[in-house]
Design a protein around this ligand. Structure first.
Ligand code: WT7
Length: 695
């Protein structure tokens, strides 16, 4: 029987087969935070939403809430209404009486010759207070103001975030690897007047002059009508000038200098409403402009605290290392807010996993006795390729490992389990999104068996559903793929898209809303934009995006954003961006462009296009190929058929093209990209097949 995206059961099996169960090691089960199976009853559908009180009770509240969930204005849910709290207090101050000497962070610089640096909770407290004083008293920032932080992985990044949270300022962290332009656009959208930078950092053995991005960001924001009046610059190394970019007098200030005036100043944590926006995280969607996902304080912090405790199994005595970047949601939820709220010891690593060699992560694990490890399938594939036997050279022992961000194929999963985890660790494959704030699909590590290639069952209190295109539910075990949805609201769901409530409703709720007038949450399932299959045992296999987002190395890129960057090159008439399967990074973008008449220097144009993409977005968006073609395939109404280009780039059947306005161009492009010889057609994963379908 045909299914969503015209996929047959057999096609899904090609993606990869259902695997057998792997049981969690007994040693792990014996010490797990979440070991009582009866918890599932407490979080049953009948007990929703009150079940989440249990999560909120893990926090310290200044004033308790009176309503767990307010659904009066769907889909703008309110959680723990009436409650007041401070996220920084929960992550720092409340640990001091018992744990002030405990390491909050162990910073591992990229250079192995540079020593690690430990920051205790007491030191974190002092530094966060002093930083908050600069923000409040020097910058004049007030609760509700927004600040953009464009920083690499150094201790001052979480310190700055917590300082914002302390004074009720909403932070918007932009991934350090994004360009100055990307940071400037996001700063303008958020209405920030202050941006926070680092002067420089190390990556792949090179010193990167990051302050240079600040000047570009300020210029970009100005072009969009927003004046950044202050740029605060943290020095990577106190007292040293590692950046060659001059400071602009009156605008740029070294934090090191400013902090001298606020030595040991204490700033009382501002008690905010549970619904007060804690942060913004910009992410890519179906339009050219990234959207600012706004997250609340109370529900978000409660959910990430509880899920870090139950699914990451963090105990106070553990050494926890999440190798993600704080500039993504993973780092916000599972480096900063969740683990710190639990009083964890967190490893913060400046560098990349495979520099100077693929043994680096395992040396760090050995040196610091890391026992909880968290990374992405891309990093796993990369480390496996570069150093398949490296882990066994080092004496470390993980009790728990996470994989997140993209589907992981069973073969890589097994290497992770057997070689990295030495068969001793439990693995959770957690499915979630920037929008969801925390894990929504994952095994309960001590209670559910693992299954390679499957994310697992729903998290506690989460009720997913698979819809076909018409909104009918697809039953478990039918083998049919469909659209992943979540039936119910949960505490860490984003509040809205900043300045765009309509787009929030359209993007996440309009598609499967049963009754737009209803104030019953049951009528408002959340649409995730992922394809999934639900097995008979209620385990979900995530098949990838069903929209025009490309998940490259676990990072979300909007094809429309890349196309807009291409169109800034004057010679380009039209551009289309499609995902191509990549052995390491999952998917990478390929670019197709048609040029304006008379352009002959295609080599120059190609270089200009690559440069435009790198400067407007960042190096992570670097395309796998730029194909300059005579024309793009189009429908008679003039729509570019990206689906066909994706088929060509991935060597799959292009299907029927006879109804196009220019069918002959398809064969011409195919030969240009695949060559003249015979081509072995491949079967493609679900997201490639569905790419461009909604256009
Ligand atoms: C997209 C969200 C969640 C934090 C990092 C990414 C994909 C996420 C999994 C997983 C298969 C996954 C989905 C999702 N994804 N986790 N365990 N298995 N795919 O956050 O940048 O918002 O991206 O990442 O396609 O929609 P994000």
């Amino acid at each position: 029987m045909a299914t969503v995206g015209k996929t047959e059961t057999s096609d899904i099996a090609v993606h990869w087969k259902e695997e057998g169960y792997v049981q969690p090691p007994a040693k792990f089960v014996g010490q797990a935070n979440l070991a009582d199976p009866s918890i599932a009853d407490r979080f049953s559908l009948e007990n929703f939403p009150e079940c989440f009180r249990e999560y909120a009770d893990m926090l310290s509240w200044d004033q308790s809430w009176h309503t767990t969930l307010d659904t009066s204005h769907p889909p703008f849910w309110k959680w723990f209404v009436g409650g007041k709290l401070n996220a920084c207090y929960n992550c720092v101050d409340r640990h001091l009486p018992k744990h002030k000497n405990k390491a909050a962070f162990i910073f591992v610089p990229e250079a192995e010759t540079e020593p690690t640096y430990t920051l205790t909770y007491q030191e974190l407290y002092v530094r966060v207070n002093e930083t908050a004083a600069v923000l409040r008293d020097f910058c004049g920032l007030k609760p509700g103001d927004r600040v953009t932080i464009h920083m690499p992985m150094i201790l001052e990044l979480p310190i700055t975030m917590l300082a914002c949270a302390r004074i009720g300022v909403t932070h918007s962290v932009v991934f350090g690897g994004f360009s100055g332009e990307a940071a400037g656009t996001r700063a303008a959208d958020s209405g920030s007047t202050v941006m926070i930078y680092a002067d420089a950092y190390y990556r792949n053995g090179k010193l990167i002059d990051h302050k240079a991005s600040a000047d570009i960001a300020v210029k970009t924001a100005a072009a969009e009508g927003v004046t950044i009046d202050k740029v605060l610059v943290w020095r990577r190394r106190d007292g040293e000038d590692l950046s060659n970019t001059p400071m602009v007098p009156g605008r740029d200030f070294y934090m090191e200098e400013l902090l001298k005036n606020y030595r040991r100043v204490k700033v009382a944590p501002v008690s905010v409403d549970a619904e007060h926006p804690l942060f913004l995280m910009y992410t890519s969607g179906s339009t050219g402009k990234p959207k600012g996902c706004q997250h609340r304080t109370g529900g978000y912090l409660a959910y990430v605290t509880a899920t870090a405790k139950y699914y990451q199994d963090i105990h106070p005595e553990d050494v926890y290392w999440c190798m993600a970047d704080i500039g993504w949601i993973t780092g916000h939820s599972y480096i900063v807010y969740g683990p710190l709220s639990l009083g964890a010891t967190n490893v913060l690593f400046e560098g990349v996993p495979n520099y100077p060699d693929a043994g680096r992560p395992w040396r760090i694990a050995e040196q610091l006795d890391v026992n909880i490890f968290h990374t992405s399938p891309t990093a796993i594939r990369m480390l496996r390729k570069a150093g398949p036997n490296e882990p066994q050279k080092y004496n470390y022992h993980f009790k728990h490992m996470t994989t997140v961000g993209e589907p992981i194929e069973p073969e890589s999963w097994r290497w992770y389990h057997e070689v990295v985890g030495k068969g001793e660790a439990v693995i959770v494959d957690t499915w979630w999104q920037t929008e969801t704030g925390g894990f929504l699909i994952t095994t309960k590590p001590a209670l559910d068996p693992m299954k390679a290639g499957s994310a697992g069952p729903a998290a506690l209190g989460i009720f997913p559903v698979i819809f076909d295109e018409a909104g009918n539910e697809i039953a478990a075990g039918s083998g049919r793929a469909g659209n992943l949805g979540i039936r119910n609201p949960w505490p860490s769901i984003m509040q809205t898209i900043l300045n765009n409530d309509d787009r929030f409703v359209q993007q996440y709720y309009a598609k499967f809303c049963k009754n737009p007038k209803s104030t019953d949450w049951r009528d408002w399932p959340y649409f995730a934009s992922d394809g999934a299959v639900l097995a008979a045992d209620n385990y979900y296999r995530i098949l990838g995006r069903v929209d025009d987002v490309i998940n490259t190395a676990g990072h979300r890129l909007g094809t429309k954003e890349i196309e807009s960057a291409c169109l800034t090159v004057p010679q380009v008439a039209e551009a289309a961006v499609v995902p191509v399967v990549d052995e390491i990074k999952g998917r990478v973008p390929a670019i197709y462009v048609a040029l304006k008449p008379g352009v002959t220097d295609t080599k120059q144009v190609t270089e200009d296009i690559i440069r435009a993409v790198e400067t407007m977005i960042g190096k992570i968006a670097r395309p796998k190929g730029v194909h300059i073609v005579a024309d793009l395939p189009k429908t008679r109404s003039g729509k570019i058929m990206r689906r066909i280009l994706a088929a060509i780039s991935n060597r799959v059947d292009t299907g029927d093209v006879t109804t196009l306005a220019n069918p002959e161009i398809v064969e011409q492009i195919r030969k240009q990209v695949q060559g003249d010889g015979p081509v072995d057609l491949q079967d493609a994963p679900e997201d490639i097949k569905r790419f461009g379908e909604q256009e």
